[in-house]
Write a protein that binds this ligand. Sequence first.
Ligand code: GLU
Length: 448
Amino acid sequence: MSVRVRFAPSPTGPLHIGNARVALLNFLFARRHQGTFLLRFDDTDRDRSRPEHVAGILKDLAWLGLAWEGPEYQSRRLAQYQAAAAELRERGRLYACYETEEELAGKREALRRRGRPPIYDRAGFHLTARDRARLEASGRTPHWRFLLSEQSVGWHDLVLGERRIPLPSLSDPVLVRADGTPLYTFSSIVDDREFAITHVIRGEDHVTNTAVQIDLWEALGENAALPAFAHLPLLTDEEGGKLSKRLGSLGIRTLRDDGVTHEALACYLARLGTTGNAGISSLESLAEGFDLAGFSRSPARFDMHQLLILNRHVLQHLPFATVSAHLPAGATEEFWNAVRENIDLLSEARQWWEVVAGEIVPVAQEGEEAFLRAAAALLPPEPWGAGTWKDYAAALTAATGRQGRALYHPLRLALTGEEDGPSLASLLALIGRARAAARIEEAARSTA
Ligand code: GLU
């Protein structure tokens, strides 16, 4: 049996890290087993699905380094869902319901007041043909619910272990809206059958859907093999809160624009929730070692700090040719080599470019006027090269007796406006004599 998995985003918003992780893990699983990774857009919700989100998701997945079969669009497969609905109807498993949202809310409220769980009462199922005709004559259009069986559904989850959910504890789910479009629970299963999906790997928020979907799968006929299921515990933020609340804005696009590299993000997301080591590896080697059994059953904590450590590591090894398009206009290879050891995010290179070629905010340095005046006077004549800083520092030591931090720290503040950063040896050459002299003189004046 060849492995076939799918990633099935609803294009109702940008791709965020939780979803990107699910996509990546599906991709790695497929690679690990020489299988197929299918991309499917769950876009039957006409009001909330948007083409710009489809485009954004495609771009983000490609940026992460993923390749897929498809994409398939559920909105183009409505005939298949209608055919499956007709089958269910024939088998007595899909029934028409006519309640409005308000009526349903009223029913739930009444149950709650009596201390009962808000489970749908199957009023629609008990309607006679004459009841239905009357309701339709009065202008009501039905939506359609699936008649759940009375069983308790169990499966061996590849991440969570044994799971069992009694179906009588759930409401019969709506599978088809009044406008005829299918709901996700339904279209997803029709597609998983048709595309012969062997493993459904998704977030833990779908566990209850799985029980319903297994029942639905059986109702549609045993002629297709049920896939295995793996549910990944959701991500939490650093304090253990629900990620979507506080870091919900952590879109892949935002991370990319901030200068997180795809290498760092992929390595981080691939191992989040496992005890795997945190180094940088290619997607191929991540796939080689990929094992769903390595994922914890408890929520995984998204830690920006860990991601930035990986990112820093990636940036240190990125050659100029790879990043030049993302650097400010005019930035040279010398500049990149000087700053790449000192940044967590590519976007920080822009700030260093300002330091090198733009304006800085001077920092007042009390008591340093005499030293700074000497430093301005001793700046060596051009041309400047690799040895300039060394000669300059030696001359300054000879003239002022200073060395070490006492020597370079006031200069660093005067030249860069920052407490720390790339080595002064490389920065000084990049800043150049005229700008360096002006900054040191300005610093001396402002300390007076
Ligand atoms: N469209 C669903 C979602 O984004 C897919 C869930 C699944 O993988 O079945 O949550």
